[in-house]
Design a protein around this ligand. Structure first.
Ligand SMILES: [Zn+2]
Length: 86
Protein backbone atom coordinates (compact mmCIF):
# COMPACT_ATOMS: atom_id res chain seq x y z
CA UNK A 1 0.00 0.00 0.00
CA UNK A 2 1.16 3.46 -0.87
CA UNK A 3 1.17 5.28 2.45
CA UNK A 4 1.26 8.61 0.72
CA UNK A 5 -2.06 8.07 -0.96
CA UNK A 6 -4.85 10.10 0.59
CA UNK A 7 -8.40 9.29 -0.42
CA UNK A 8 -11.18 11.63 -1.48
CA UNK A 9 -12.59 11.32 2.04
CA UNK A 10 -9.39 12.41 3.72
CA UNK A 11 -9.95 14.19 7.02
CA UNK A 12 -7.66 16.34 9.08
CA UNK A 13 -7.28 13.36 11.36
CA UNK A 14 -5.80 11.41 8.45
CA UNK A 15 -3.07 13.93 7.74
CA UNK A 16 0.20 12.47 8.89
CA UNK A 17 2.42 14.37 11.24
CA UNK A 18 5.05 15.98 9.10
CA UNK A 19 2.69 16.54 6.21
CA UNK A 20 1.35 20.02 5.71
CA UNK A 21 -2.22 20.98 4.98
CA UNK A 22 -2.83 24.32 3.33
CA UNK A 23 -5.47 26.28 1.46
CA UNK A 24 -4.94 28.00 -1.86
CA UNK A 25 -7.39 30.66 -3.00
CA UNK A 26 -7.89 31.70 -6.60
CA UNK A 27 -6.60 35.16 -5.64
CA UNK A 28 -3.25 33.56 -4.87
CA UNK A 29 -3.57 33.76 -1.12
CA UNK A 30 -2.39 30.60 0.60
CA UNK A 31 -2.67 29.69 4.25
CA UNK A 32 -1.00 26.96 6.23
CA UNK A 33 -3.76 25.65 8.44
CA UNK A 34 -3.34 25.27 12.18
CA UNK A 35 -5.53 22.25 11.76
CA UNK A 36 -4.35 20.41 14.84
CA UNK A 37 -6.10 23.04 16.95
CA UNK A 38 -9.50 22.56 15.36
CA UNK A 39 -12.31 20.85 17.30
CA UNK A 40 -12.32 17.07 17.07
CA UNK A 41 -15.59 17.05 15.16
CA UNK A 42 -14.03 19.15 12.39
CA UNK A 43 -10.93 16.99 12.38
CA UNK A 44 -13.12 14.00 11.56
CA UNK A 45 -15.06 15.78 8.81
CA UNK A 46 -13.91 15.06 5.24
CA UNK A 47 -11.86 17.99 4.01
CA UNK A 48 -14.00 18.34 0.91
CA UNK A 49 -16.97 19.14 3.21
CA UNK A 50 -14.94 21.32 5.53
CA UNK A 51 -13.73 23.31 2.55
CA UNK A 52 -17.18 24.71 1.82
CA UNK A 53 -17.13 26.59 5.11
CA UNK A 54 -13.68 28.04 4.61
CA UNK A 55 -13.31 31.68 3.63
CA UNK A 56 -10.21 33.36 2.25
CA UNK A 57 -8.93 35.88 4.78
CA UNK A 58 -7.75 38.20 2.02
CA UNK A 59 -10.49 38.37 -0.62
CA UNK A 60 -13.41 36.71 1.17
CA UNK A 61 -13.96 34.03 -1.47
CA UNK A 62 -15.35 30.76 -0.24
CA UNK A 63 -14.11 27.22 -0.68
CA UNK A 64 -10.42 27.59 -1.47
CA UNK A 65 -8.69 24.58 -2.94
CA UNK A 66 -6.90 22.35 -0.47
CA UNK A 67 -3.44 20.84 -0.67
CA UNK A 68 -1.44 18.41 1.37
CA UNK A 69 2.31 18.45 0.98
CA UNK A 70 4.72 15.91 2.29
CA UNK A 71 8.45 15.42 2.26
CA UNK A 72 9.71 12.81 -0.13
CA UNK A 73 12.73 10.67 0.61
CA UNK A 74 15.58 12.09 2.63
CA UNK A 75 15.63 15.45 0.88
CA UNK A 76 13.86 18.54 2.04
CA UNK A 77 11.68 18.91 -1.03
CA UNK A 78 7.97 19.27 -0.44
CA UNK A 79 5.76 17.34 -2.81
CA UNK A 80 2.08 17.73 -3.31
CA UNK A 81 0.50 14.45 -2.26
CA UNK A 82 -3.17 15.41 -2.30
CA UNK A 83 -5.37 18.17 -3.61
CA UNK A 84 -9.04 18.99 -3.66
CA UNK A 85 -10.74 19.59 -5.98
CA UNK A 86 -8.74 17.25 -8.16
ZN1 LIG B 1 -8.62 34.91 -1.79
Amino acid sequence: MNGRCYTDDTTIDDVRSGDQLSTQCECGHGVMLAWRRLPTQQQLTPLRDLRRKMVCTRCGARAPSLRIHGFKGTGSTLWEVWRWPR
